[in-house]
Structure formats: structure tokens, C-alpha cells
Design a binder for this molecule. Structure first.
Ligand SMILES: NC(=O)C1=CN([C@@H]2O[C@H](COP(=O)(O)OP(=O)(O)OC[C@H]3O[C@@H](n4cnc5c(N)ncnc54)[C@H](O)[C@@H]3O)[C@@H](O)[C@H]2O)C=CC1
Ligand SMILES: O=C(CO)COP(=O)(O)O
Length: 392
């Protein structure tokens, strides 16, 4: 299905409407929103080798994309781009997986039964994936992004958007993905576009409509990606709050673990809704302390993704939480699902960030205790209900 790119209005009232792609790229996009803590990211110079967003004067949408990482989300985003009429090289580590994708047009391991589209070609050769690409999407898990970037950075193009798809904060450093991409990947912050929202891969791959946000300090770079990936079932909005978008995408996974645990304990929707609402409160508190806008948390990247992830049986975080709530150990539950649940590591890195910034995150603390301190799931509920009364 070739969908026509239809630029969406900005997510927030008050942001400029998107009417053109000919607007010049803001080569001086402030790095302050994305590169804080870059002293711990890597000592590499982020600006010197980076080039600009490469969107200046681009009348046509970006056409040639590389997607690095062929799991559920990378493959789905490749399909979204292909359905929007783009050409996509999908990079995977395993030659056997590449061969299967190219032979069948499907990635059965991660997206059973889904046709990726004629415009998607898989490769295990990074150079081949990136040759002539005008934009790159990074779709490897958050905790392996650093290791991958040390290789990717040798071949990443010197211009054009770099789209960050992973949801997480690095354990140990507390760095957001855009900070890693800037510091380790040596990409200028104004080229980094963070995509996040209520985006369960299996639903999107099946063509079910969803909205998302593209966050970038350089509005023109976000618009360029928006024009390239918008289609009949995928509606991206642009915003400039990179910090809020990334913190929301990371922390909603922790709250999804909590709602899953509650469900596993046999608790109902009052408990779940309470965790979602109070979860949103603590997500917002951390984001604002780090420099984000509270509004972002009320939008697609915050409330939108939180509701989707906490409610859907497709969510790997929620599903793992259900098994924990039923009494499985973290190891048993991880083996049972066999899937990536970023919240398990993110509750550690988020908790560290919260401690560092003096922010109270009781649900995150309680989930951390269940995942990493052998606390019983009932203890999660008790620790939250026994807290001293406070104003909302
Ligand atoms: N699946 C979903 O619905 C969505 C996922 N995300 C985020 O996208 C990121 C990727 O998730 P998925 O694609 O769903 O995970 P996945 O588990 O389906 O796929 C991960 C991919 O990365 C590869 N990989 C794993 N370790 C690697 C390493 N050390 N080096 C290179 N490649 C490695 C795997 O082989 C696989 O191809 C995560 O941060 C996730 O939170 C975001 C939105 C939706
Ligand atoms: O990020 C997601 C939906 O937006 C995917 O959530 P899970 O990782 O819990 O499956």
C-alpha cells in the first residue's frame, strides 16, 4: 500500500503549523536539550564531524532510509516507511535472518505473517545499508546502543536525520538515547529525531492506525522525517521536547510492569487506573526536573504511550509484570516471555536518575524492589498504600 505523506499539525496548540519542507535547517539547533551529561557519554567531539540535518531546501520527502536493527520495532518502522513510498535497507546482525527476510519478504521471527513490502531489502552489511541513505533509524535495544554506536559511528552519514527508536536510559550513566547518539555516535544534537508514542509494533505492522511524536531540537529535521513516514495508518506529530519524549518513553515501561504485577495479583481496574495516574505524575516529575515540559507527558509520548502499554496484552513489559504478579521470579518470567522488556533495566537507571535529582518515584522504587530486590509482588502494593497521606 503506498500511502501519501500528509504532514500532521504540531501536537501542541501554539507550535507552528507544518506547511512546507523548504524551511532551512537550523544548523545552530541548541544542543542543550539533548546533550546534557555528554561529559559522561564519550569524549568524542559531537559537532565537528556531524554536519547539518541535511533538510535545508528539500522539496521532496526523504526517500532512502537505513533502519539498523531488525527486531519487532525496526522491522515495523521499515514497513511504515515502505508503505509511505520510501526505499528501506534493513540491517540485521544475522545473515540467516537477512536471507530469510529477502527470500520471503517477511520477518517471521519478529512479525509473523506480515509482508514488509517490496521496498524493504535486508542486509547484514552496514556499508551497504548506509550507502546513499538520507536518514537512518536506530532500532537496537537501549542497553546495547552504546556498543553498537561505536561501530555505527564509523559509517553513519555526515548529514541527515538520525532517528532514535529505542526507549530507555542507559544503566550506570543515566544517559538518554539521544545523549548516547550525540556523544558516542558523534551526531550533532539537531540531527537527532526521537520517535515515541503509543506504538505497539504488532498493531502497526497489521496496519492499525496510530499516532506518534517526532521530537527534535531542530523543527525542520522533525518535519522532514514526518513527511517521509506519515501514511494512512501512521500519523506523526512534531515537538521540540526531546527530554520529555525520551523520559516518557522510558518510564512508561516501568509503570506498565507495575500494572501487570497488579493484574497478576488479581487486582482490578481501580488499581490499574490508580497506578497509571500516579505513574504519570511521577514520570512528569522526573521529566520536569530534567528540563522537560510537563505538557509532553499529557500528550502522545506520555499519556498516550502509557495507556497503550499499561492496557495491552501485546506489551512485553505489562506481560512480564503479570507473570511476576503471579509469583514467577524475574528469571522465570523472562524465560517464559522470551522477549525484551526494557522496563526491567529502566527501573534501575530511572531510579538512579531520580535519586540523583531528588525526585520521589514510589512506583518505580516498588517495581525495582520486585525486579531486583526479591520483594514479593504484594509488597509493591503494600509499600504504595502504606505511604503517609499527601495532597495529590
Ligand atoms: N516492539 C515495540 O512495540 C516497540 C519497541 N520500541 C523500542 O524499540 C527498541 C527495540 O525493540 P524491539 O525491536 O521491539 O526489540 P526486539 O527484541 O524485537 O528486537 C531487538 C533487535 O535488536 C537486535 N539486538 C539485540 N541485541 C543486540 C546487540 N547487542 N547488537 C545489535 N543488535 C542487537 C536483536 O537481534 C533484534 O533484531 C526497544 O528500546 C523498545 O523499547 C519502541 C516502540 C515500540
Ligand atoms: O513501546 C511500546 C509501545 O509503545 C512497546 O511496549 P513493550 O516494550 O512493553 O512491548
Amino acid at each position: 500500500m503506498a500511502a501519501t505523506a500528509t504532514p500532521a499539525a504540531p501536537e501542541r496548540a501554539g507550535e507552528p503549523a507544518v506547511v512546507t519542507t523548504t524551511e532551512p535547517a537550523n544548523g545552530s539547533g541548541s544542543p542543550s536539550g539533548t546533550a546534557g551529561n555528554s561529559d559522561t557519554a564519550d569524549t568524542a567531539d559531537t559537532a565537528g564531524t556531524a554536519g547539518t540535518a541535511g533538510t535545508a531546501g528539500t522539496a521532496e520527502p526523504l526517500q532512502r532510509f537505513a533502519v539498523l536493527g531488525a527486531g519487532a520495532w525496526g522491522s515495523t518502522f521499515a514497513k511504515v516507511l515502505a508503505d509511505a513510498g520510501r526505499e528501506v535497507k534493513l540491517w540485521a546482525r544475522r545473515t540467516s535472518q537477512v536471507d530469510r527476510i529477502n527470500a520471503t519478504g517477511r520477518n517471521e521471527e519478529y512479525l509473523p505473517g506480515i509482508e514488509l513490502g517490496e521496498n524493504v531489502t535486508a542486509t547484514d552489511d552496514l556499508d551497504e545499508a548506509l550507502t546513499d541513505s538520507q536518514a537512518v533509524a536506530l532500532a537496537v535495544p537501549s542497553q546495547s546502543l552504546r556498543e553498537n554506536l561505536t561501530v555505527f559511528r564509523q559509517v553513519l552519514p555526515g548529514a541527515g536525520p538520525v532517528i532514535s527508536l529505542a526507549k530507555g536510559v542507559e544503566v550506570g550513566t543515566g544517559l538518554r538515547m539521544s545523549e548516547l547518539i550525540a556523544g558516542v555516535g558523534r551526531i550533532a544534537p539537531e540531527r537527532i529525531v526521537v520517535l515515541s508514542g503509543p506504538n505497539l509494533a504488532a498493531e502497526i505492522a497489521a496496519g492499525q492506525p496510530t499516532a506518534t511524536v517526532l521530537a527534535c531540537t531542530d523543527h525542520a529535521a522533525a518535519v522532514a522525517v514526518q513527511l517521509a513516514c506519515a501514511g494512512g495508518y501512521f500519523r506523526p506529530y512534531t515537538i521540540t521536547d526531546v527530554i520529555g519524549t525520551e523520559i516518557a518513553g522510558t518510564t512508561k515501561n516501568i509503570i506498565a510492569l507495575a500494572t501487570g504485577i497488579a493484574e497478576g495479583l488479581g487486582l482490578g481496574l481501580n488499581t490499574s487506573a490508580s497506578l497509571i495516574a500516579r505513574g504519570l505524575n511521577e514520570m512528569t516529575g522526573l521529566g520536569v526536573a530534567l528540563g522537560a515540559s510537563a505538557q509532553t507527558f499529557a500528550g502522545l509520548a506520555g499519556l498516550g504511550d502509557l495507556v497503550a502499554t499499561c492496557s495491552s496484552p501485546l506489551s512485553r513489559n505489562r506481560s512480564l509484570g503479570v507473570l511476576l504478579g503471579k509469583g514467577q521470579s524475574l528469571q522465570q518470567a523472562t524465560e517464559t516471555t522470551g522477549a525484551l522488556a526494557e522496563g526491567v533495566v529502566s527501573c534501575r537507571s530511572t531510579r538512579d536518575l531520580a535519586h540523583r535529582h531528588g525526585i520521589s518515584m514510589p512506583i518505580t522504587e516498588a517495581v525495582f524492589a520486585v525486579c531486583h530486590q526479591h520483594a514479593a509482588p504484594e509488597q509493591m502494593i503494600r509499600s504504595l498504600m502504606d505511604r503517609p497521606p499527601t495532597p495529590e
